[in-house]
Design a binder for this molecule. Structure first.
Ligand code: CTP
Ligand code: CA
Length: 220
């Protein structure tokens, strides 16, 4: 049961995966972002390729080695990710939003470097589009997978996201733990599905978590 499947059971499947973080520009030399390294999304992409899928990987900046045999698309901002995701969505069988998308962007990025004139600085942020939610509203045949990053009330928050975003599988992450999640090679997650009991996937390599995600989807 602990064996990682090497069967090409995703042959013929078109899979879109987003990974890493998005960056939002403050001024020509500064940005806001988050701690995502992209490891989970890249593990998913690698696994999908190994199991025979046709994979499109839309990724923010990472330090990870490139993956062979994927259609790789590099993006920086959430708006760029949204645009690229929408180009591919219709033709996909499975879409997995593993990226840590910036919830806000800077309302008016400065065109010149901001000088340290005053004692305090206010930067106004405006909400970005929720890419996953928009996909949940328009999906037809696509199997939609989302992630949830939580620091408290994991199951409660994650199951709300599952419903609000209309996903078929929600992978809930506790990002308050130092031993798993952001930057780690390991993770511990809970799978949430509509009308199913939560399933804990105990602490293990991100590669094994990725395998479990596809095992779960294949079993739908
Ligand atoms: N997501 C997205 N577009 C956004 C923000 C998030 O597509 N603008 C996706 C993420 O890729 C992830 C899921 O939504 O698959 C949940 O992201 P998360 O940050 O956990 O939840 P949010 O809905 O952004 O809520 P909050 O950050 O307030 O907890
Ligand atoms: Ca968020």
């Amino acid at each position: 049961k602990n064996q990682i499947s090497t069967v090409k059971d995703l042959t013929g499947k078109k899979i879109l995966i987003t990974a890493g973080k998005t960056l939002e520009t403050i001024d020509p030399v500064r940005y806001i972002t988050n701690r995502s390294t992209g490891k989970m999304g890249y593990a998913l992409a690698q696994t999908a390729v190994e199991r025979g899928a046709e994979v499109t990987l839309i990724s923010g900046p990472t330090n990870l080695p490139e993956i062979s045999n994927v259609n790789f698309i590099s993006i920086i901002t959430t708006a760029e990710m949204f645009e690229e995701v929408n180009k591919f969505f219709e033709q996909m069988d499975i879409v997995i939003m593993a990226a840590a998308v910036s919830d806000y962007r800077i309302e008016k990025p400065a065109t010149q470097k901001i000088k340290k004139k005053s004692a305090t600085l206010e930067i106004k942020l405006v909400k970005n589009v929720d890419i996953l939610k928009s996909l949940g509203q328009k999906k037809n045949k696509q199997i939609l997978v989302g992630f949830a990053a939580e620091t408290q009330n994991l199951l409660e928050n994650a199951s709300r996201k599952m419903q609000e975003k209309n996903v078929d599988l929600l992978v809930a992450n506790d990002v308050s733990r130092a031993d798993i999640g952001f930057g780690s090679d390991q993770n511990e997650v809970t799978f949430l599905r509509p009308d199913h009991k939560p399933v804990l996937i105990g602490k293990s390599d991100k590669k094994r978590i990725a395998a479990k995600v596809f095992d779960c989807i294949i079993g739908f």
